[in-house]
Design a binder for this molecule. Structure first.
Ligand code: AMP
Length: 186
């Protein structure tokens, strides 16, 4: 399956992506994790993007798209993937569409994780990442509303919305049930 996860910061996308990746047998590809790994390894790319992540702004599309293009070319992504944090705007979505079309593929679904913003601020502050300071979180939420939420219209015919409030297991069950009914329809 080729899936994209969308949801505001703190919706639990990363946690759900790990569970779903195991259950579906496809790699979990998180652009945030890829950037953080570059930063901790102090690669050239890492040094370039560090201050951008610290501010909660988006890394330029040119850098992000190339990083994703390379990752999707790895053989473990041949038969499917779960993208977490990419695309983050409609320009990235178009590039992803072109990358997939070039290989004769398409996305199966876009999973939207829905949560209330104030609930997630508490959750994020508890996580303690360097970009988890309240003003940075609020900025990332703003970026989500203006840049990323329009993806839900862009992908209107592929979006499956999941209520992401509750226990981790409960939420994964909801996501898996939704994906199974999608498969049954096909
Ligand atoms: P995340 O782990 O998904 O919350 O991402 C952490 C940070 O990485 C974001 O606040 C951005 O600075 C950067 N980032 C992750 N994915 C993208 C993307 N698709 N486009 C641009 N920046 C991104």
């Amino acid at each position: 399956m080729r899936l994209v996860l969308v949801g505001p910061p703190g919706a639990g996308k990363g946690t759900q992506a790990e569970v779903l990746s195991r259950k579906l047998g496809v790699p979990h590809i998180s652009t945030g994790d890829l950037f953080r790994s570059h930063i901790s390894n102090q690669t050239e790319l890492g040094l370039e993007v560090q201050s951008i992540l610290d501010e909660g702004a988006l890394v330029p599309d040119s850098i992000t798209n190339e990083m994703v293009r390379k990752r999707l070319a790895d053989s473990d992504a041949d038969h499917g993937f779960l993208l977490d944090g990419f695309p983050r705007n409609t320009a990235q979505a178009k590039v992803l569409g072109e990358m997939l079309a070039a290989a004769g593929h398409d996305l199966d679904a876009v999973l939207e994780f829905r949560v209330d913003e104030d609930v997630v601020v508490e959750r994020l502050l508890a996580r303690g990442r360097t970009d988890d300071k309240e003003e940075v979180i609020r900025h990332r939420q703003q970026v989500y509303r203006t840049e990323t939420a329009p993806l839900l219209d862009h992908y209107a015919d592929k979006v499956i919305s999941i209520d992401a409030v509750g226990e981790i297991d409960e939420i994964s069950e909801r996501a898996l049930a939704a994906l199974h009914s999608l498969r049954a329809e096909k």
